[in-house]
Design a protein around this ligand. Sequence first.
Ligand code: PEP
Length: 236
Amino acid sequence: MPQLIAANWKMNGRLDWVDKVGELAALTGEAVCERLICPPHPLVGAMARAAQGSGIAIGAQDCSEHEAGAHTGETEAALLAALGARYVILGHSERRTGGETDDRVKAKAERAVGSGLRPLVCVGESLAEREAGTAIPVVEAQLSGSLPQQGDYDIAYEPVWAIGTGRTATARDVAEMHAAIRRHVGVGPRILYGGSVKPDNAALLLGVPEVGGALVGGASLEMESFAQIVHAAKAD
Ligand code: PEP
């Protein structure tokens, strides 16, 4: 599968950010990878319409584990799919820190798969866990608890200490973790790296064996920098 270069806009965006789809399309027309933008929920429908015919996929940053019903403030996976979303980020560390458990991530992933969305399930260790030498078992436990039983999905390995901090894991650490994740899950899912991916380190990180793409936060808010990361992706 081609590498997946995914933008996580987090809680950033205004109505006119819909235009960024056209900007990205113009900057990356010849992309060898798959491009994905995950805006805040209220922009998903308009962005999916704007992305039609561009080859750029639109995704969400979360979904409910429930079917439609009395769940105030939640967003149903089937509604996101109907709006044109193709992917959904699940289990991001910013949500796990807020109390999201592996069980809940798994239930959401299964609901997403059943609704026609492809989950991008995030895992990653804290700095304390890395320093204690437990990064791999911690991530393996998250994988065992969070992945859907069936259906297609991708994984994003995001060391918590590298998200939004400007610190990245070394290529050696990324290679070791991605190999461990591949052993755990077998063939199939892409394993993205996330954590302070920028234009100047993207080629190195995207060249590490078993890295199937990048999940990008801060550097995805400006299309010029996100496009440079897209251009650093490898062909199949
Ligand atoms: C993220 O939010 O998933 C992320 C990797 O953010 P950043 O690129 O800003 O570290």
